[in-house]
Design a protein around this ligand. Structure first.
Ligand SMILES: [Zn+2]
Length: 351
């Protein structure tokens, strides 16, 4: 059993130690006064099992599999807390408080926890994702990585599709997702790639990440906004985490006038499951408005004019060339350029 009075201090690397704890905020009371206790650590470096306690509201948050569960009380998986508390002989406080649960967030959490394996197989590992990850995200990352020498925040990291490329470039990343099951898959991939010292995983509510303001060199929110109800608010909260001149990146499905054809193809030939918001598609106008309100100057980029199905039959190289070619062609034709399936924002926060 863990000796509760024995402080454990681990002073270097990773977020799950006392140094990087300064970048986190209690998800329930927003206090930055947090302490960490390790029950089990890896190489005396990264906490594998332990708790983070808020000195102000006294709530504690579990760390299991090296992943910190920093969900607000209402979104917690009570069964996991109960088991953890029993195993480590800790009592749960505030368990009886009546909490309002956001049903949309609860649905998203449930969907992605249940779909984690399938999502990994059908979306992350599909050729079409690999191709457009390269042209939409990796190219941007390689153009901008020299501006990310501090910390980067990834909101909605899923199984590590963007966190791993970030970590591989030596970028210190705090990556969070609403689904712990997705993060468990991400952690395995991060460990296999030897990137635990670069990427730290946290279960959190992407609409309101429990991290300090004015901190991050970049905030990446890839394929996430369309899952949220309050998208403008999520952008505003994400922007607050950026330091002045910090970079903002988002990618989502675009409100294209030919969307119906994509939906039709997906109806008859489904290549992945989706659980999005009722109003998931973003237009240039609305995205620009939200970003501007959040103090971000941005460039909107439209991409992807072909059905994703096609790319699953091509080699990676052919897919990348085809996507670059068709993007460059269609983006030159004024009306047709609005037919793009994906909308990307590349922004900079005002100084
Ligand atoms: Zn607190």
């Amino acid at each position: 059993l863990h000796d509760y009075n024995k402080p454990i201090c681990i002073d270097y690397g990773g977020v799950l130690n006392s140094r990087n704890l300064t970048f986190l905020k209690c998800p329930n009371c927003s206090s930055s006064s947090l302490s960490i206790r390790a029950f089990e650590s890896i190489d005396n470096y990264d906490v594998q099992t332990g708790i983070v306690t808020c000195d102000d509201c006294k709530n504690w948050y579990r760390i299991e599999n090296g992943i910190l569960d920093f969900l607000p009380l209402a979104m917690r998986r009570k069964d996991l807390y109960k088991k953890f508390a029993e195993n480590h002989n800790i009592s749960i406080i505030n368990d009886q408080i009546d909490l309002t649960i956001d049903s949309q967030k609860a649905n998203q959490q449930e969907f992605f926890n249940a779909e984690a394996d399938d999502y990994e197989k059908r979306v992350v590992n599909s050729r079409f994702s690999q191709v457009y990850d390269q042209t939409s995200f990796i190219d941007w990352l390689d153009r901008n990585k020299h501006k990310m020498e501090g910390l980067v925040l990834e909101i909605g990291c899923g199984t590590g599709r963007q966190s791993i490329p970030l970590g591989m470039r030596g970028i210190q990343t705090i990556a969070g997702d609403i689904s712990e099951e997705m993060l468990i898959l991400a952690q395995k991939k991060i460990e296999n790639a030897g990137l635990r010292k670069n990427v730290d995983l946290i279960v959190f509510d992407g609409e309101n990440p429990p991290v300090t303001d004015n901190t991050f060199d970049a905030v990446i929110i890839y394929g996430v906004l369309h899952h949220l109800k309050n998208k403008g608010n999520a952008i505003k909260n994400a922007s607050e985490k950026l330091r002045p001149n910090g970079l903002f990146y988002s990618l989502d499905p675009h409100k294209s006038p030919v969307r119906i054809f994509f939906d039709l193809v997906m109806f008859f030939w489904k290549i992945y499951n989706e659980e999005a918001d009722d109003d998931p598609l973003l237009s240039s106008a609305i995205l620009t408005k939200w970003l501007s309100e959040a103090g971000i100057d941005c460039k909107i980029r439209l991409t992807f004019y072909l059905p994703p199905h096609l790319f699953n039959y091509l080699s990676y190289e052919t897919g990348v060339s085809l996507l670059k070619g068709t993007d460059s062609f269609f983006n030159r034709i004024p009306f047709v350029r609005n037919f793009a399936g994906i909308i990307i924002s590349e922004g900079i926060k005002h100084a």
